[in-house]
Design a protein around this ligand. Structure first.
Ligand SMILES: NC(=O)c1ccc[n+]([C@@H]2O[C@H](COP(=O)([O-])OP(=O)(O)OC[C@H]3O[C@@H](n4cnc5c(N)ncnc54)[C@H](O)[C@@H]3O)[C@@H](O)[C@H]2O)c1
Length: 420
């Protein structure tokens, strides 16, 4: 096999280890699953390639899967999200690790190929770059890969498009669609960490500012709630009538992006869609407006257009670039329009990744146990798995809940009892 790692600096390993230890102490559910994997060794003789943000939480997942008996490789899934000290710690521990913060596009895809060189039985993706590469330039791997897991909304959209076209060649588990994932990770994780990223890049006061949330899905709900909690006036823009109505009834102003562009102080896009903040909007914006994105890809803000119409550009602070427009207005783009929470902060708190990555771990085990009967389709996780993870999480928080009585179970399953 080729070199086991391509990272920034192996000397950062000790700092990375401390970060991973911190995450482990905040991820009780995944640590419980790790103990089980240590005993059962579900992945004995299997190889698992990952393309995830190389963060302390992903490291906890890697150690868990490895304790289950697998050989593990990882490539970063975003050019600005790799925590170099964590990558160093993983490399120093002997994992196949490929990624560094600030990577160029060519090296990014070389690393994805290196991660695939282990000839994996399972792929674990965050936005489908492993799946895409295996289905295009590394087709020889399609005979080897037994299944895969996908972490995020944008990745599931790509998978559903592949499934529809008959292009998908191995079964995929839609980890994002598990209730214990999107209800918590997308909402509370993105809600808190996107604000964290904006604050670390700008340190502006949120109270009293107008925060425009573009897209009121799971992430948008979280960002709106947290911005509002800090005292912002939240404006939501949407294209889906039901989501727009929900935002309005949750107490936010709802209007088209064209109108919101004129009043926003801070913009956060979370749509998974392209150019939702486009050229025509920049010219309408107030002097000093801050632009950020928390959707997976850096396509939500039309950065090429912003570059084109700007007269001057300079870096004001880490992760904060000032663009001066022809009308003299200055706009501030955070983290190059990449996921602001992972690029300018540390991503989601460990507590929330505890559930997302427990879903990943159990979904990988599900593939190991069931791959012979799975078709090349997108599968949802089971309700039982959600219940298990939620119960473990509740128990780690010291929270107990009720159980259905037999009488209640019968009642819920019957149709004969009506008005009394
Ligand atoms: N930053 C992170 O760590 C993180 C975490 C989870 C998900 N994500 C990513 O965030 C994005 C959103 O995920 P989600 O789970 O909230 O998706 P979602 O499908 O629940 O919500 C997206 C919303 O955007 C709306 N939308 C689409 N086009 C729009 C437009 N032009 N203008 C306004 N609204 C528009 C949709 O109607 C929908 O309500 C995805 O790219 C996902 O992969 C990022």
């Amino acid at each position: 096999m080729k070199s086991k790692y391509r990272i920034k600096d192996i000397k950062l390993a000790e700092a990375g280890r401390l970060k991973i230890e911190w995450a482990e102490s905040h991820m009780p559910v995944l640590m419980t699953i790790r103990e089980e994997f240590k005993r059962k060794k579900p992945f004995k003789d299997w190889k698992i390639a990952m393309c995830l943000h190389i963060t302390k939480e992903s490291a906890v997942l890697i150690r868990t899967i490895a304790d289950g008996g697998a050989v593990v490789s990882i490539a970063g899934c975003n050019p600005l999200s790799t925590q170099d000290d964590v990558a160093a710690a993983l490399a120093d521990d002997g994992y196949f690790v490929y990624g560094w913060r600030g990577i160029d596009n060519k090296s990014y895809y070389e690393n994805i190929n290196l991660a695939l060189d282990i000839k994996p039985d399972i792929t674990i993706d965050d936005a489908c770059d492993l799946v895409y590469t295996a289905h295009t330039t590394r087709k020889e791997l399609l005979k080897i890969i037994k299944g895969g897991c996908e972490e995020t909304t944008s990745g599931i959209a790509r998978l559903r498009a592949m499934e529809k076209e008959g292009a998908l060649k191995y079964p995929m588990i839609a980890v994002n669609d598990a209730r214990t994932k999107h209800l918590f990770d997308n909402r509370y994780g993105t809600g808190q960490s996107a604000i964290d990223g904006i604050l670390r890049a700008t340190n502006v006061l949120i109270a009293g500012s107008v925060v425009v949330v573009v897209g009121y899905g799971w992430c948008g709900r979280g960002v709106a709630a947290r911005a509002s909690g800090l005292g912002a006036l939240v404006v939501v823009t949407e294209v889906d009538a039901v989501s727009a109505l929900e935002a309005r009834m949750d107490g936010y102003q709802v209007m088209p992006i064209e109108d919101a562009s004129k009043i926003g102080d801070i913009f956060v896009s979370v749509t998974g869609n392209k150019h939702v903040i486009a050229e025509k909007h920049f010219g309408l914006m107030k002097n000093g407006a801050i632009l950020s994105n928390a959707g997976h890809f850096n396509i939500e803000i039309d950065i090429d257009a912003l570059e084109k119409i700007s007269k001057k550009k300079r870096t004001m602070r880490p992760n904060c670039v000032e663009y001066t427009l022809a009308n003299g207005h200055k706009l501030y783009l955070l983290a190059e329009g990449r996921l602001v929470n992972l690029s300018s902060a540390e991503g989601h708190p460990s507590e929330v990744m505890d559930m997302s990555f427990s879903t990943q771990a159990l979904s990988a085990e599900f593939i190991r146990e069931n791959y012979k009967t799975l078709a090349p389709r997108v599968y949802n996780t089971t309700p039982e798995q959600d219940q298990r993870i939620a119960l473990l999480k509740l128990s780690s928080m010291g929270v107990r809940i009720d159980k259905l009585t037999l009488q209640q179970k019968d009642y819920l399953a019957s149709w004969k009892e009506g008005t009394k």
